[in-house]
Design a binder for this molecule. Structure first.
Ligand code: UDP
Length: 322
């Protein structure tokens, strides 16, 4: 049997592909390469295709005996989702319906879905637990929440088995330096700070210094991509062992401020660079930190690379190879 990784040429998907392959799974990556990179698919088989084409999906299910699907294929630029909601609802929601339709046709019952802490919107308190209200504040968050609802309904009606994984701030890179983050355009904090350290951009801008946090900058829960990948493996094993369909937060349960990330980059690289303090970026909650108790208790997950310097060191190692 094989596992299908939709969006496996992207940042998180490529790390999951490596982890599954290392564990002995036959992996098949399906990706349209709009944002993904062919060279990130270093393990298993690769099939280029688009979720909007049912025939592309059917061809893959005809060719391989797919026992489970990992679904990473989505657009994830929050700002763009506000400008172009149609693009996001079609790709992230309608195309997921295509995937589920083809899974049903071929009797494939297991799916592990990439969701996000953005489904919680502005949390009432932190750390955020899975039972807290989900009130997204942008179309991207709504597309992910919509799919969560679809999965629940398909579970009841069609016996689909799912695990929803709500990521906090995915960060880091493969500790072996074989793959890493490669977004174009890049909007994420750590790669942008490294660009400033490497002199590829003039400065790093800190979006907001008047938040109610210890140093006034936003606090996020940075979680290493290899720890995320391990959680996906555990989620598949959980379903294969008869686990109930469920949702789990994946974070470190630790908050790091923007200014602390900048300090970590200075320590790790030994480089200094200009930092510009600017106004808040619209739509940024002050603090997002997730409880990871449930994933630890139910999936047996234990994040390994929890320290921000280690996370930054792995990105820096990857950065220097490119
Ligand atoms: N951020 C920043 N400057 C940048 C990019 C991001 O100050 O150039 C801040 C952003 O406001 C947020 C944190 O860094 O508080 C993490 O942002 P990122 O875009 O990496 O992830 P997000 O939390 O939006 O998913």
């Amino acid at each position: 049997m094989a596992v299908l990784i939709c969006g496996g040429a992207g940042y998180i998907g490529s790390h999951v592909n490596k982890q599954l392959y290392k564990e002995g799974y036959e992996t098949v990556v399906f990706d349209n390469l709009v944002y993904g990179h062919r060279e990130a698919v270093k393990w298993g088989s690769f099939e280029q295709g688009d979720l909007k084409n049912i025939s592309d999906l059917e061809a893959v299910f005809e060719k391989y005996p797919i026992e489970a699907v990992f679904h990473f294929a989505a657009y994830a630029y929050v700002g763009e989702s506000v400008q172009k909601p149609e693009k996001y609802y079609y790709n992230n929601v309608a195309n997921t319906l295509n995937l589920l339709q083809v899974m049903r046709k071929y009797g494939c019952k297991k799916i592990i879905f990439s969701s996000t802490c953005a489904t919680y919107g502005e949390p009432e308190k932190v750390p955020i637990t899975e039972d807290m209200p989900q009130n997204p504040i942008n179309p991207y968050g709504f597309t992910k929440l919509a799919v969560e609802h679809i999965l629940k309904d398909y579970q009841k009606a069609y016996g689909l088995e799912y695990v929803v994984l709500r990521y906090f701030n995915a960060a880091g890179a493969d500790p072996d330096g074989e793959i890493g983050e490669d977004h174009n355009p890049e909007t994420h904090l750590i790669p942008l700070v490294l660009d400033a350290a490497a002199g590829k951009r003039h400065d790093i801008k800190v979006f907001g210094t008047d938040y109610p946090t210890s140093d006034g900058s936003c606090v996020r829960d940075y979680i290493h991509v290899t720890d995320l990948a391990q959680a996906h493996l555990l989620a598949l094993e959980y379903l294969k062992n008869g686990g109930q369909s469920d949702c789990f937060n994946l974070g470190n349960e630790a908050g790091t401020s923007v200014l602390e990330v900048i300090e970590a980059v200075r320590r790790v690289t030994g480089l200094d660079f200009p930092v510009t303090l600017t106004k808040r970026r619209p739509g940024d909650p002050a603090v997002l930190v997730g409880s990871n108790e449930k994933a630890k208790a139910v999936l047996g997950w234990k994040p390994e690379y929890t320290d921000i310097d280690t996370i930054v060191r792995h990105v820096w190692k990857w950065y220097q190879t490119g």
